[in-house]
Design a protein around this ligand. Structure first.
Ligand code: MN
Length: 392
């Protein structure tokens, strides 16, 4: 089986529609340029029927990046109007994808759509057929797939593929699934549609399992992952792009899957997004958080300074972080302190001087959360000032 995983980025659509994340058209353009540089395969630019601004953003992105090595996607419910608007907004993109969806779970059919399974199946097929009149690349999503009767889902999947969909997305819309269950569920549809279409996943993080579920789905045969930078998205967010990509890269020996993401742009993509929306990743966020490559505990720092592989599984440079950051705090040892002094230009401290310096450092570290370089510099200068003057 093909081991190439398509990265479908939805930072500008699912991410953008969540609280604190709305973006203006120029902001979306800035982020889109970064996503193209990052090498995402498909960039979902918006939901054209949702608002004038969304239409404008998809249109502008299609004009600006429509000739680049990326597919531009737009979302549409399974109605003629939605699909037509998406087609119109995408018309300047050389490679465009209409992503049409309808809910398939009984909960959504009964309470939200008030439609029968037969009606939903018919609307899904019609929407895919109409979308194909605008582009050869049509994706169908069965909203709330993970809570849908698996036999009905298989029936819908076969029907939309027969109607011309080349990607079938089976989202865990409400973040309810767990890896073993989701894998079995994905495998059933992969077996049903064979190589006639790619099975895609779109996982939400309500139980903190979006990345784990996406990984389990890939091992079960899914070949597209929908994800976002910093994991932004509805409620608890989506599968985090930087995490899933770095899992494949770091664990190649057991996960021989390939993406074409230029991982050295991950950190700057995360930083750019943070500068546009109202919040950044939490400090302990994997890959892109402030502390992701920081080592504070003395034992860890000692090992890290002897050989980075003792406590570091990812080279920070491979994700665009300039260098491993050593935070000096009350857990730091003499070794880390001496190392920092050398970095600051104090290369000739004796063992006794380091001992004195260390006493001053720990007293300071007890009072503050992390010791800054300028504070260490001041301590170093005190030590030098105490040295006996050299006689002339
Ligand atoms: Mn979603």
């Amino acid at each position: 089986m093909n081991q190439r995983i398509q990265i479908f980025d939805t930072t500008l659509r699912d991410g953008e529609q969540s609280p604190g994340c709305s973006m203006t058209v120029p902001e979306k353009m800035k982020m889109a340029a970064k996503l193209v540089e990052l090498g995402v395969d498909i960039m979902e630019a918006g939901f054209p029927i949702a608002s004038h601004g969304d239409f404008e953003a998809v249109d502008a992105i299609s004009r600006e990046f429509g000739n680049r090595d990326v597919t531009i996607a737009a979302l549409a419910r399974s109605t003629a109007k939605d699909v037509e608007q998406a087609g119109e907004a995408l018309k300047h993109a050389k490679r465009s994808r209409i992503h049409t969806f309808i809910a398939t779970s009984d909960i959504h059919l009964q309470y939200k759509l008030k439609k029968s399974r037969e009606q939903v199946l018919e609307e899904a097929v019609k929407a895919v057929e109409l979308a194909r009149t605008f582009t050869d690349d049509v994706e169908f999503s069965a909203e709330d797939a993970s809570r849908t009767d698996p036999d009905y889902l298989e029936q819908v999947s076969r029907a939309v593929v027969a109607a011309g969909a080349s990607t079938v997305n089976l989202p865990d819309t409400v973040g309810f699934s767990i890896p073993t269950e989701y894998a079995a569920f994905i495998r059933k549809v992969v077996q049903a549609i064979g190589d006639k279409a790619i099975v895609s996943v779109h996982c939400h993080d309500d139980l903190g399992l979006a990345v784990a579920n996406s990984l389990a789905a890939v091992e079960a045969g899914a070949r597209q992952i929908e994800c976002t930078m910093n994991g932004i998205g509805e409620r608890a967010g989506n599968c985090s792009l930087e995490e899933i990509v770095m899992i494949f890269k770091t664990r190649q020996a057991v996960l021989p899957y390939e993406t074409r993401i230029n991982t050295e742009h991950l950190f700057s993509a995360s930083q750019l997004l943070t500068s546009i929306i109202t919040f950044g990743p939490q400090p302990n966020k994997a890959i892109v958080g402030d502390n992701a490559f920081a080592h504070e505990a003395g034992i860890h720092q000692d090992g890290y300074l002897k050989n980075k592989s003792t406590y570091e599984i990812i080279d920070p440079k491979s994700v665009g972080v300039p260098e491993g950051k050593l935070v000096l705090g009350k857990h730091s040892g003499r070794h880390a302190l001496a190392d920092r002094c050398r970095e600051l230009g104090f290369t000739d401290f004796t063992k006794e001087e380091i001992d004195v310096l260390y006493q001053g450092f720990t007293a300071l570290a007890d009072r503050v959360k992390g010791v800054r370089n300028d504070q260490i510099l001041a301590l170093c200068k005190e030590i030098v000032a105490k040295r006996a003057p050299v006689s002339a």
